[in-house]
Design a protein around this ligand. Structure first.
Ligand SMILES: C[S@@+](CC[C@H](N)C(=O)[O-])C[C@H]1O[C@@H](n2cnc3c(N)ncnc32)[C@H](O)[C@@H]1O
Length: 262
């Protein structure tokens, strides 16, 4: 049993130096960008990303001509996103805002909203998911869409992973060596988990330059809960899939969701 905290501003602040290498090893992160691009790029107006992180997707979409507003709790993730946008020459197409997306969203009149890579599962409970959907619904015109992906986690699914340390990356990062492991701790009673992420960046001689052990809490959200929360917040469910494109590979660990504003 564990008691995960709601992620605070510092949660992702602490992991920002590992984040891009860590996610670059993830199959999900190698396949989700095109899904969100297809979801957003045909719109003329601005698009809103919830949990924009280091701008992995937002900057890619801005490079393809989109105007993106990105919100995040973590000032250091937002700084990394701004740096990435500046390096790619698209900072003028990215507006960043520090906020808890379950509490307040900027009224940027988005044509579409998206929340990639499990951002909604970081919320502390289903009530906060509901308030996020309410805020999103208030910004969208009828027909506007909200796309996101959350882990497809449940008691049976997690059984094999529970308590086992998985090596995510052990790779040279410039002159140093980056090693990241993740250990999942399941809380079957409250249907949530903490993933303990342990990252070390070492000099070739072995001295640690950076070391951090960090708990990433995730709530489990079932398809029935998504359908129910959508219904009470003014959305209808357009699709729930385990893949990022109709012809793409299956991602049994993911729920890829598109909601449409009624
Ligand atoms: C897994 S990262 C995803 C980052 C980026 N969207 C990507 O796909 O690489 C989740 C992000 O959501 C942010 N986040 C989590 N809960 C949040 C909340 N309630 N409000 C705003 N941002 C939040 C975290 O700080 C983190 O940057």
């Amino acid at each position: 049993m564990y008691a995960p905290d709601h992620p605070t501003a510092s949660s992702y602040d602490d992991i920002v130096d590992f984040y891009d290498t860590w996610t670059s090893m993830s199959a999900t992160a190698q396949n989700d960008t095109e899904f969100y691009a297809e979801h957003c790029l045909h719109h003329a107006g601005p698009i809103l990303e919830l949990g924009v992180g280091t701008g992995r997707i937002a900057v890619n979409l801005a490079e393809r001509g989109a105007t993106v507003v990105g919100v995040d709790l973590s000032p250091r993730m937002l700084s990394a996103a701004l740096r990435r946008a500046s390096e790619r020459g698209v900072a003028h197409r990215l507006t960043l805002c520090a906020t808890d997306f379950s509490v307040w969203l900027p009224n940027c009149q988005p044509a579409a909203i998206y929340a990639p890579f499990h951002a909604l599962s970081h919320l502390p409970h289903l009530g906060a998911v509901r308030s996020t959907l309410r805020l999103a619904a208030a910004l969208l015109e009828p027909g506007g869409t909200f796309a996101f992906n959350v882990p497809h986690q449940c008691s049976e699914h997690i059984a094999e992973l529970d308590g086992v340390e998985q090596l995510v990356t052990d790779t040279a990062a410039g002159a140093a060596r980056l090693r990241v492991t993740v250990t999942v701790h399941a809380d079957h009673v409250n249907r949530r988990q903490a993933s303990t992420v342990h990252g070390t960046l070492r000099e070739p001689q072995g001295r640690a330059l950076l070391e951090h052990r960090w708990d990433l809490p995730l709530i489990w959200i079932s398809t029935a809960e998504i359908e129910n929360e959508a219904a009470v917040t003014g959305f209808e469910v357009e699709s729930v899939a385990h893949q990022f494109s109709p012809t793409g590979a299956l991602f049994p660990d993911e729920k890829v969701v598109v909601l449409r504003r009624r």
